[in-house]
Design a protein around this ligand. Structure first.
Ligand code: TYD
Ligand code: MG
Length: 453
């Protein structure tokens, strides 16, 4: 007979306590402790059953590599973000805010895989809702089967009968197991369900994709625990106003974490965007001041993004600094550099910065385009449309070299730019005969001023 025990669990980080506490000592959140019943012995028995086989120490040379044949989903962006498809037995968590398109993305993946038995388990929508959506996405849906079920024990029975090659669960927060006496979505439920699914995936070598919701703070609800358990965490993000969505890798045991997939939301579902630069550059005809194009790299892919700046006289005593898609502290730093090294009086000016398309970029190589956009707006002098920039700006105003410069130059050339401005320190090792595009070298912020303003 299993012994049940009442404990209090932090719904944010999963810490446990025998008493209720107001503030979690582990994650410092307030009012996150909820009482839950845990049936300890059952859990232990279940875990031991799965793990005993693996628990014998082995020499590395004695471990045979299983032929890791990835399941390629035909959704190129999704495959690339995963590092080349789904690894058998891997557990992938796709997180994102409600309404961003998680269900759409994975249903699309499921419907496009013919020849593979996919089981799409939904705990959120009815079969009719899924059918309606599937008809919009791909009227001839292949081998995909839909199951509407939230009790984990029942799901395992169906999995035993159906023997799918790929399992998609929408969402992990809607599942519950009888082993734990708390409602679906509570952290112990999420953790226990994930653990059981994980064991299933690993023993049967079937890839499983879990969909997870995100809380207001941007964390996957019940999540810090989840992120440790699963093999891969993908984040689906993007403004709801903007038509496109970004799939980012947060953690990946089977690939790089710097990959990025871009989709456009259409009324027939998500379209893969293979050439992101097209989306990120606005198609204006006139030359405008305050705009500069940067050749950036996110993940393995180079693309060109448009930086827009507006500098105006501060209406109030304190000048405003505001930025969308670019780190505000970095903007302040660049403004200080301009102030000191280029003699600009920006301290009495409001500065607004925007990365077109609502994308967030972490690549420091966009610094150069940022200062050019600011200078351009400040002086109301436009920069020629066919010039792009790639360089990091250091504290003493030097333009620092950036990595993978050849890729950036190639991309700029491919998109029809006639000039690219990069750091003098990137010159070494560049083979100029490879490019038709003109390369302009700069060393200091002052060089930019001389050449363009
Ligand atoms: P959904 O996949 O339900 O989001 P999530 O599962 O992340 O909560 O996506 C819902 C949104 O996507 C909804 O606002 C409508 C939009 N959408 C389209 O624009 N086109 C489509 O073809 C589909 C299926 C959805
Ligand atoms: Mg959904």
């Amino acid at each position: 007979m299993a012994k049940s025990k009442s404990i209090f669990v932090c719904q944010s980080c999963g810490s446990k306590s025998s008493k209720w506490i107001g503030k979690c000592p582990a994650c410092n959140e307030w009012n996150t402790y909820l009482e839950e019943i845990e049936q300890k012995e059952d859990l232990r028995a279940a875990k031991a059953l799965f793990t005993i086989e693996k628990s014998i120490p082995k020499k590395l040379s004695d471990i045979s590599l299983i032929d890791e044949k990835r399941l390629v989903t035909k959704n190129k962006e999704f495959d690339r973000v995963l590092g080349g498809g789904l690894v058998p037995g891997s557990l992938v968590l796709v997180g994102g805010e409600p309404g961003i398109g998680k269900s759409t993305l994975l249903l699309q993946v499921a419907l496009n895989l013919d020849g593979t038995n996919v089981l799409y388990i939904t705990g959120e929508e009815s079969l009719q809702q899924i059918k309606m959506r599937a008809n919009r996405l791909n009227p001839e849906s292949g081998n995909c089967k839909i199951l509407s079920e939230t009790l984990l024990e029942n799901i395992f029975i169906h999995l035993g009968n159906e023997k799918p090659d790929l399992i998609i669960i929408d969402s992990i927060q809607s599942l519950y197991t009888e082993r734990i006496d708390s409602s679906a979505g509570n952290i112990s439920q999420i953790r226990e369900c994930t653990n059981q699914i994980m064991q299933f995936a690993k023993t049967k070598a079937i890839p499983v994709v879990l969909i997870g919701h995100i809380t207001k703070e941007g964390a996957i609800a019940g999540p810090k625990v989840l992120e440790h358990v699963v093999d891969t965490v993908l984040q689906f993000e993007g403004d709801q106003q903007h038509m496109y969505r970004i799939l980012r890798t947060v953690k990946n045991r089977y690939g790089s974490t710097s990959e990025l997939g871009i989709y456009e939301m259409r009324n027939t579902g998500l379209r893969e965007v293979n050439n992101p630069s097209e989306l990120l550059l606005s198609n204006y005809d006139e030359q405008m001041s305050g705009v500069a194009i940067s050749a950036a790299i996110e993940g393995m892919r180079p693309f060109l993004i448009e930086i827009q700046a507006l500098v105006s006289t501060a209406a109030y005593g304190m000048p405003q600094r505001s930025s969308t898609g670019f780190d505000l502290r970095r903007l302040n730093m660049l403004l200080a550099v301009l102030e000191k090294r280029a003699g600009f009086r920006l301290s009495s000016k409001d500065v607004f910065l925007n990365i077109a398309g609502g994308i967030k970029v972490n690549d420091p190589s966009i610094d150069l385009a940022v200062i050019c956009a600011i200078l351009s707006s400040n002086q109301d002098v436009s920069i020629e449309k066919n010039i792009c920039f790639s360089g990091e700006v250091g504290l003493s105003g030097e333009i620092r070299p950036v990595n993978r410069i050849e890729q950036r130059i190639k991309e700029a050339e491919k998109l029809g730019f006639s000039h690219i401005v990069i750091s003098e320190y990137n010159k070494k090792g560049l083979n100029f005969s490879n490019y038709k595009i003109k390369i302009i070298f700069v060393k200091k912020v002052g060089d930019i001023l001389k050449k363009f303003f």
